[in-house]
Design a protein around this ligand. Structure first.
Ligand SMILES: [Zn+2]
Length: 75
């Protein structure tokens, strides 16, 4: 039987340059962390720039490696 794993992911956008990022929702939504943009290096609050949040489902093989990732649910 194939096992599955899940990750709650938040998508957010830099308010200065418009670049999109994805990070774990516990970090973005629960901790309300400030993040430095990898493009323009400005710091912003990721939660305030949230554009989407979803549950990713990873389908695993018997060795615990990821075979495939799909969107399980939009939160
Ligand atoms: Zn930026």
């Amino acid at each position: 039987m194939r096992d599955k794993a899940w990750l709650d992911v938040s998508i957010f956008r830099c308010p200065s340059c418009g670049r999109h990022f994805a990070d774990a929702s516990w970090y973005v939504v629960e901790l309300e962390s400030d993040i430095e943009c990898g493009g323009c290096h400005k710091t912003f609050n990721a939660k305030k720039q949230l554009t989407d949040r979803l549950m990713l489902e990873f389908q695993m093989d018997e060795k615990g490696r990821v075979r495939e990732a799909v969107t399980a649910e939009r939160i």
